[in-house]
Write a protein that binds this ligand. Sequence first.
Ligand SMILES: NC(=O)c1ccc[n+]([C@@H]2O[C@H](COP(=O)([O-])OP(=O)(O)OC[C@H]3O[C@@H](n4cnc5c(N)ncnc54)[C@H](O)[C@@H]3O)[C@@H](O)[C@H]2O)c1
Ligand SMILES: O=C(O)C1=N[C@H](C(=O)O)CCC1
Length: 267
Amino acid sequence: MVKIAVCGAAGRMGGRIIAAIRESEGVELSGALERPGHPMVGQDAGYNAGLGAIGVLISDDLNATVQGCDVLIDFTAPKVSLKNLEVCALYKKSIVIGSTGFTPEERALAAELAREIPVIIAPNMSVGVNVCFKVLADVAKILGEDFDVEIVEAHHRLKKDSPSGTAVRMGEVVANALGRDYNQVANYHREGICGERTHDEIGMQTVRGGDIVGEHTVYFIGMGERIELTHRAHTRDMFSRGSVRAAKWVVTAKPGVWDMQDVLGLR
Ligand SMILES: NC(=O)c1ccc[n+]([C@@H]2O[C@H](COP(=O)([O-])OP(=O)(O)OC[C@H]3O[C@@H](n4cnc5c(N)ncnc54)[C@H](O)[C@@H]3O)[C@@H](O)[C@H]2O)c1
Ligand SMILES: O=C(O)C1=N[C@H](C(=O)O)CCC1
């Protein structure tokens, strides 16, 4: 039985992950974490999952919760995830990180902290999006230089980071396939007389509103035709089921940073 603790247990994803753990075989919920001062600390973790009481209380004790698990699933925010990664490395535990919005410097620090433990960092845990990542590289290579690439993503009004981690990864996949440096070609902002589109740029546009779970469209726009590759998430449950699948996979993996392409055998 793989013992999983969930960090961000009172959050939108935390509740769905606890529900996914309860319906999965071979795993059990060993702990649930929230930030010190959160009103749900001390309450049963089952309530946010719609399960009623399940006998696991939400704690704010990071060290004790990590010591009691085999793997921590963390959907919080980049700085919190880096701290969690550091504590998992201290106790030689695995970690699955779903948080998005990491800077390049934070990603490099995560890779350094992952030298001695297996870590999964994935901006999107759904099977569908990970298949899109794979297909996107092929589409970009086949279409080549004659098609302009633009990415549009839409999420709920409470999302804190922009553009989404998934949109950034889609941009990175396309840029790599076309031999471009994503950080050089990503264009996040057009306003006023900003000039014609440059050949290499990848435009990134963000929509925020209401309860949109997550939508991503990559446009390949040519002269006289275009391809639009869209993924729409209907619920958060495939992210949470993916994170549990990742947790089962990572406990037997070698140290280093992995992602869902590894878990799903898509690499
Ligand atoms: N990888 C994926 O598939 C995927 C899917 C959905 C969301 N996300 C990402 O997951 C993250 C969380 O999303 P959400 O919608 O659940 O957000 P949320 O705000 O609903 O939940 C985050 C939770 O983390 C808690 N938290 C903050 N600091 C903490 C700390 N120090 N210790 C413990 N808990 C702490 C918050 O109190 C909150 O309950 C975001 O970065 C989001 O982009 C990723
Ligand atoms: O709700 C969110 O926040 C989501 N974030 C991820 C991202 O930034 O790509 C995945 C989709 C949902």
